[in-house]
Design a protein around this ligand. Structure first.
Ligand SMILES: [Zn+2]
Length: 388
């Protein structure tokens, strides 16, 4: 593809972590499988590339969570870019087909070290962390997250944000502790109380992550949707199917309350591809209706990734870059989303999280007809910029 992609192909931690995950799935013992999965997670979560850790005599330091067998695999990967040990284990496991499928499903995922490299790189046109003003997807104790809304506001302020949206699951998603409308009214009071205590220094919005059902409808009535400051729609079912689901996604986007299409595919690294759709058609419709496309920064999701985000950019879409945090520590996942936006060279002006609060609120309050006009104009501007 382009220069930016070829550089991320050299994400050595993603490559080594991937081989460790292959080795995990080649095990017959559950305990060994979990051990290698933990080792893979440790490598994927390192702040620096493995190549920076090698000592003067080629030795690797002790890395927490990494045992001797995993170290051997890492050594092989550092020496040759491959691992004969892992390939042998796969062959004798009889699970090569499944592991090949999993390999295909971890393309374009960035390790933590690669995210940090991309954020620090000077030669990219996408947004910087400094331009990122607030996070628009996270979960609290009101659904399947752990923090309360005060803890969320404090943690977001510590990160330098001007605003954030708490977006708990709506009542249709029972498995994720979806909030009833009575609970949502209680949560609104709690959020108002937090905002009153902050005296305008920071604004916490009440959002909702509505569930997209099999037909593309939301688990909220129009009146219910109207009580929230921002409505995200996201798929949580039919994520492992091979049939086309373009119509389902178009129906979700057509809902007048939806402002953000969150984790559009519902993919999980090395596990599931998520929704299969004609994404260029979905993006064109989102651009026309002024629905922002999310880059979900949860390291296991990275959804959209930078390759698909590039196509959404060409279609004229707006973007939301969010953490999808379920703890305050996970708010840093927003950095993964910013890194993908940088790799996709998305201008900050097209990212709603980079807007000042007043502009964000004005956009959220606009009826679809007005948003549509605005985004068509920006799509036109974007096409001009691309052909320049
Ligand atoms: Zn979700």
């Amino acid at each position: 593809m382009d220069v930016q992609e070829s550089r991320t192909d050299a994400d050595i931690n993603a490559i080594a972590g991937g081989f460790l995950r292959d080795l995990a799935f080649a095990q017959s013992s559950q305990q060994k499988m979990f051990g290698y999965k933990r080792a893979a997670a440790a490598i994927l979560g390192l702040d620096v590339p493995l190549t920076d850790l090698i000592g003067a005599r080629g030795e690797l330091p002790r890395i927490p969570g990494i045992g001797p067998a995993s170290t051997r695999v890492i050594r092989e990967v550092l020496d040759s870019g491959a691992s004969p040990t892992v390939e042998e284990a796969i062959d004798s496991s009889g699970k090569r087909a499944d592991i090949d499928r999993r390999r295909e499903l971890r393309r374009h995922f960035l390790s933590r070290a690669e995210v940090r490299r991309v954020l620090a790189a000077q030669d990219m046109r996408g947004p910087t962390l400094e331009q990122y003003r607030g996070d628009l997807q996270m979960h609290s104790e009101w659904s399947d997250g752990s923090p309360n809304v005060q803890e969320i506001a404090d943690a977001c302020r510590d990160r330098g944000y001007q605003y954030a949206a708490v977006t708990d699951h709506s009542y249709g998603l029972k498995i994720a502790g979806g909030m009833s409308m009575a609970e949502a009214a209680e949560q609104r009071k709690a959020i108002d109380h937090v905002n009153a205590g902050l005296g305008g220094a920071f604004k916490l919005l009440q959002g909702i992550e509505a569930n997209i059902d099999l037909a593309g409808n939301l688990d909220l009535t129009d009146d219910e949707a109207a009580t929230f400051d921002v409505v995200l729609a996201a798929p949580h079912s039919r994520l492992r199917r091979s049939e086309d689901q373009t119509d389902r996604m178009l129906t979700a986007i057509a809902h007048p309350a939806v402002r953000i299409l969150a984790h559009p595919r519902g993919r999980i690294t090395g596990s599931r591809a998520g929704v299969i759709a004609d994404w260029d058609t979905v993006f064109a419709s989102a651009a026309e209706r002024g629905v922002a496309i999310e880059i979900d920064g949860d390291p296991a999701r990275q959804d959209l990734d930078y390759t698909l985000a590039t196509r959404a950019l060409e279609a004229g879409c707006l973007f939301a870059l969010d953490s999808d945090a379920h703890t305050t520590g996970q708010l840093s996942y927003a950095e993964t989303a910013v890194a993908h936006a940088r790799l996709a060279a998305i201008p900050a002006d097209r990212i709603v999280n980079c807007w000042p609060l007043e502009r964000l609120l004005a956009w959220l309050a606009e009826p679809v007809s007005q948003r549509a006009n605005q985004s068509t104009r920006s799509a036109h501007r974007n096409r001009e910029a691309l052909t320049r």
